[in-house]
Design a protein around this ligand. Structure first.
Ligand code: FAD
Length: 232
């Protein structure tokens, strides 16, 4: 009985996924566990994406995962997402199987606000948050919102030159045996965050909580904090 109710609820949720998108291209960052995927979303008005967006994707029967449009072209209705896939999960399996021409089902939604005040922004996150910070970059201008991003990766990736050239604000720490909270805490200790107006943290939930706690304890920290846990 409980299963029948669960199925009925999920099929209602499924009906909410009214938008269809199409996979245009899939690229991989070597060693091929970071997937960069272009979607064409003909029904989506991306011009309305004026906060950091997310798309809730149907990744398997009764399974949904959130991903962040990292960059988008509102006229062409094309966006790109970056998905970490080195772990086992419905979302990672879905991303690894996507091929050009595949149809996806999704619902677009808001993920996080932009800074209310201009000023320097510092971002701390892991691979799942690269899209979140790229979206923040697309939605703010560098003159009023100078941006610095540090991303912890638990793979030694060959980051595409195109990415590094287009995004000099991004610095990567690649430590397969490391821990995101330890590494990012060290970065935070070395940077005088009192000079920043906004600080964003996103990704692994214990890392987000740990950094948040650390900043809240610091009396010199006066930035507006935007903390978003993605997975645990
Ligand atoms: C607002 C929002 C935006 C998000 N945007 C992105 C995005 O742009 N790109 C992205 O990759 N993810 C993003 N996520 C996370 C994503 O929704 C999934 O939670 C994540 O991909 C894991 O789903 P899964 O089914 O693959 O694994 P799950 O079934 O959820 O987890 C399986 C196992 O894998 C581990 N695991 C899960 N994710 C990771 C990871 N990234 N690295 C290492 N181990 C992991 C878990 O601890 C667990 O043990 C976002 C989440 C939110 C809430």
């Amino acid at each position: 009985m409980a299963n029948a109710i669960k199925k009925a609820v999920f099929s209602l949720v499924d009906k909410a996924f009214t938008q269809e998108g199409y996979v245009l291209e899939v690229r991989k960052w070597e060693p091929a566990t970071m997937y960069e995927i272009d979607f064409h979303m003909p029904e989506t008005d991306m011009a309305k994406w004026n906060t950091i967006p997310r798309i809730k994707c149907r990744v398997a029967e009764f399974e949904y995962r959130d991903y962040t449009p990292a960059t988008w072209d509102a006229e062409k209705k094309i966006c790109t997402v970056l998905i970490e896939t080195e772990h086992n999960g419905y979302g990672s399996a879905w991303a690894k199987n996507l091929q050009s021409g595949d149809v996806i089902l999704f619902a677009p939604a808001h993920a996080a606000p932009l800074p209310a005040k201009p000023g320097k922004i510092f971002c701390f996150g892991d691979g799942s948050a690269i899209g979140h910070f790229l979206a923040l970059k697309q939605l703010t201008d560098r003159k009023n919102y100078p941006l610095e991003v540090v991303v912890f990766l638990n793979e030694t990736y060959t980051i595409p030159d195109t990415f590094l050239t287009a995004n000099p604000e991004f610095k990567f720490i690649m430590q397969p045996q490391g821990h995101s909270l330890d590494s990012l805490s060290l970065v935070a200790e070395k940077n005088p965050l009192s000079a920043y107006t906004s600080v964003y943290i996103a990704g692994y939930i214990p890392m987000v909580q740990g950094l948040r706690k650390m900043f809240k304890k610091n009396q010199n920290f006066s930035a507006k904090l935007f903390a978003h846990g993605f997975w645990s």
